[in-house]
Each structure stands twice: as structure tokens, then as C-alpha cells.
Design a protein around this ligand. Structure first.
Ligand code: S3P
Length: 432
């Protein structure tokens, strides 16, 4: 267990290039592995989760070389994976487990997916159900990992309406659809991140999206094609909130992914009155990218009732812990609703946020699907990461805004998405 001590800061300054996007990195590795030919991926996420994806692919016979953020993958083609000789370890990564399930359900071999203590508690029926409906067979005790997947090369395309707004479930079904006979259609009541659709198209697949229905035909061939991963907007969110809250800040984040299914956090910050600008917007490898500048507040932020709920929640689901910290700085506080999914993330993120913010003296009310945090003066305290990377990073920012020192217990979990997070944060504080 690593403890991290955070001291209050006055401002954040400088120009930062954050790690590659975690969601896009996972997809780039999986989909290039299914392509014919060799793909070079630039700015691949340094995160432990994305390393879990690569090691699972290696067990499936995919050859790759990794030098820093550059990964070169020799695709095997759609039917080129081989039976693994050991269980595939997805570590802490729900994206690895749920997306690879979609690929493995249609293979000719059996495989087992395992994960760490947190991942083994996360709900997997949401992907098992659709796979079974397509003709797959997956054994799992009580809907949890380990998942024993009895591959069936005869999967059939089907039509499915998502009952949970989840890009992981959608992606699992689309990847299974690529291996199935006929057409697979997923209906999304609320749009979720569409990186899988964009990545499949980058590799030449035909994927159609119309009025919330996404369809893919099985048996398509993917062609290798080099790509560059944008920097992670979910990592950027911690820096945006810290800089916006500390009055003298002037921070630039370059090359950040601005896919419209991920930018809810930017919309909310701008609505609250944060001085945030998007520069140099451009398209890179089917994804929108730009630079962000953010200045520290000059006056009160968020003076009107601030309620975030409904369709936008899927668009900023991973940013809610850091928005809770921002809530303590807003004149009218912040209420989050329709976010019960937070309870089945790497930790129960509603509980983790409520528990830690109370330790720091904040006034916060817990709801089954969210919380309401009031404007509060934060006091340094001993807080817990709950082994959840986004909780550790959110409370590092809380520590910058608090009076006195904040100690984060179990801080090493930041490696799951952002190794070097504390050094990067410190570099912007020292540049002040
Ligand atoms: C992800 C989708 C989201 C998100 C997760 C990454 C993805 O999960 O919370 O961090 O890469 O598809 P859900 O699909 O469970 O909402």
C-alpha cells in the first residue's frame, strides 16, 4: 500500500501532454489484432488496464512489440486467434473483460477470463446474456468472473436493445457480430462512447449508425492501418477541475480526445462558468482531437442550481468523482442523478465519494443514483482510494484545494489508468 501526501496548491500552470486515451487504446489493440497485416499504434495508453489487454491478446497468439507508447501489432485476421493455454488475466479492467468476451464467444476454442478482486465482483450478466442470445455459451458463478467461454464459431447475428447505457456492452455485441453469421443490430436508448464503431471503420469495416441503431455484418475483413491515439479526456478532467478551482491557474492540455460522446465534462464546466477554451480542433484517425486551455476562476462559479442528470450521464460517467470535488467549490453546490451505474465501477463510486468528502468536512447527501454536494470548505484528512484509480486522482485534486495536508491511502491504484499521475500533477503545481 502506497500512501501519498498532498499539500494545498495556489495554482496550476504550464503545458501538459497527458497519456493516451484508455478506451481508444483497448480498442486499437483488439481490433488491430483482428486485422490482416501489421499496425503501428502511437500514444498507446501507459495504463495497467491497457497492458492487461495486450497480455490477453499475446496469450491468444497475437505478436506485438512495445517501445514506450508505440505498439506494433501483427494482426492475425478474424479467425487467427489460437486457444490460450492459461486463463486470460484482465486485471482490474472491465473494458478488457467485456470486449474480449465478444471476440472469444465466436471462436473455435474454449477460454477463461479472470480478473482481480474488484473485477471479480463486477456484473458480467450484461454481456453473458447477449452472447447466449447469439448462440454462445459462457459459464460464470452468479454472473461474475471467472468467465468460462465455450467458443461457438456458428454465432448468429441478432437485434438487441441495451437496457443499460454501456459502451462496453455495445462493443462486446458488435465484436461478436463481426464474428457472427448475418447482421447484428444494437439499439442504444442513450448514446454512449462510439470508439468501437470509429475504430472498426478505421480498419475498413462497414458499421452503420442511424437513429441510435448500430449495425454490423459478420464475416468482414479488417485491414491493418497505423493510428495515433488522442490523449485521454478522462485524465484531463482532473487537471481541468484543479486549474478551474485555483484562481491563478493557466494550463494548457494538448492533443486531447474530443469525441462528442466523451465531452460532457467540458459542456458542464463551461455551463458552470469555467474559463475553458478549445483550440486547434481537428480529426485524427476518425477521432476528434484538440487543445484545451483553462484559467483559474476570477469570481464565483456555478451560482445557479446545478443538476446533472439524464442522457448526459453516460457521456461523463467516469468524470463524476472529479465533478463531485468541483461541486464543493460551486456557489450552489452540485447534484448528480441517474448515475446508479457508478455503484458497479471499480469501487462503488457514490459511496467512495460520499465517504471521503465527509472525511474532508464536506456536506454531501447520498442518493441511490447519485448525491448532492454543497459548497464546502475542505479540510485535509486521511482518505481512501478504495483501490479505485479515479477516486485516488479525484481526492488528490481535493487535497490541492483543502486546508492542511491530505493523505491518500492505497494511492498506487492510479497506475490502472495513469502511471505518473502524481508527478504530472506536481509538475504543474511547481510550475506555478
Ligand atoms: C468504457 C465504458 C464505460 C466507462 C469505462 C470505459 C469503455 O463503462 O465507465 O471506464 O471503454 O467502453 P460502461 O460501458 O460500463 O458504462
Amino acid at each position: 500500500m502506497r500512501q501519498m501526501l498532498i499539500k494545498p496548491a495556489a495554482e496550476l500552470r504550464g503545458t501538459l501532454k497527458l497519456p493516451g486515451d484508455k478506451s481508444i487504446s483497448h480498442r486499437s489493440a483488439m481490433i488491430s489484432s483482428l486485422a490482416v497485416g501489421t499496425t503501428t499504434i502511437d500514444n498507446y495508453a501507459a495504463s495497467a488496464d491497457c497492458s492487461s489487454t495486450l497480455s490477453c491478446l499475446a496469450e491468444l497468439g497475437v505478436k506485438f512489440e512495445r517501445a514506450g507508447a508505440v505498439v506494433r501489432i501483427e494482426g492475425t485476421g478474424i479467425r487467427g486467434f489460437r486457444a490460450p493455454s492459461v486463463p486470460l488475466d484482465c486485471g482490474n479492467s472491465g473494458t478488457t473483460m467485456r470486449l474480449i468476451t465478444g471476440i472469444l464467444a465466436g471462436q473455435r476454442f474454449e477460454s477463461t477470463l479472470v480478473g482481480d478482486a474488484s473485477l471479480s465482483k463486477r456484473p458480467m450478466r450484461r454481456v453473458i446474456g447477449p452472447m447466449v442470445a447469439m448462440g454462445g455459451t459462457i459459464d460464470a458463478d452468479d454472473g461474475h468472473a471467472p468467465l468460462r467461454i465455450h467458443g461457438n464459431p456458428g454465432l448468429k447475428g441478432f437485434e438487441h436493445t441495451l437496457s443499460i447505457a454501456s459502451a462496453q456492452i455495445k462493443s462486446c455485441i458488435l465484436l461478436a457480430g463481426l464474428h457472427a453469421e448475418g447482421t447484428t443490430v444494437v439499439h442504444e436508448p442513450t448514446p454512449t462512447r462510439d470508439h468501437t464503431e470509429r475504430m472498426l471503420k478505421w480498419f475498413g469495416a462497414v458499421v452503420e449508425s442511424e437513429n441510435g441503431a448500430i449495425s454490423i455484418n459478420g464475416g468482414q475483413t479488417l485491414a491493418a492501418r497505423d493510428l495515433s491515439v488522442p490523449c485521454d479526456i478522462s485524465a484531463a478532467a482532473f487537471f481541468l477541475v484543479a486549474a478551474a478551482s485555483l484562481s491563478g491557474s493557466d494550463l494548457k492540455l494538448v492533443n486531447v480526445g474530443l469525441n462528442p460522446t466523451r465531452t460532457g465534462v467540458i459542456d458542464v464546466l463551461i455551463d458552470l462558468g469555467v474559463d475553458l477554451a478549445i483550440l486547434n480542433e481537428r480529426e485524427v484517425c476518425n477521432e476528434l482531437v484538440g487543445d484545451l486551455t483553462v484559467r483559474g476562476r476570477r469570481g464565483p462559479l456555478g451560482s445557479d442550481a446545478n443538476i446533472v442528470r439524464g442522457g448526459i450521464i453516460a457521456n461523463l460517467i467516469d468524470e463524476i468523482p472529479i465533478l463531485a470535488i468541483l461541486g464543493t467549490q460551486l456557489e450552489a453546490g452540485l447534484e448528480i442523478r441517474d448515475a446508479a451505474e457508478l455503484r458497479v465501477k471499480e469501487s462503488d463510486r457514490i459511496r467512495s465519494v460520499v465517504d471521503n468528502l465527509r472525511r474532508m468536512g464536506a456536506e454531501i447527501e447520498e442518493f441511490p443514483d447519485g448525491f448532492r454536494v454543497s459548497r464546502s470548505k475542505l479540510t485535509g484528512a486521511r482518505v481512501d482510494s478504495f483501490d479505485d484509480h479515479r477516486i485516488a486522482m479525484a481526492f488528490a485534486v481535493a487535497g490541492l484545494l483543502a486546508e492542511g495536508e491530505t493523505e491518500i491511502i492505497g494511492a498506487e491504484c492510479v497506475d490502472v489508468s495513469f502511471p505518473g499521475f502524481f508527478d504530472t500533477l506536481q509538475s504543474a503545481v511547481s510550475a506555478s
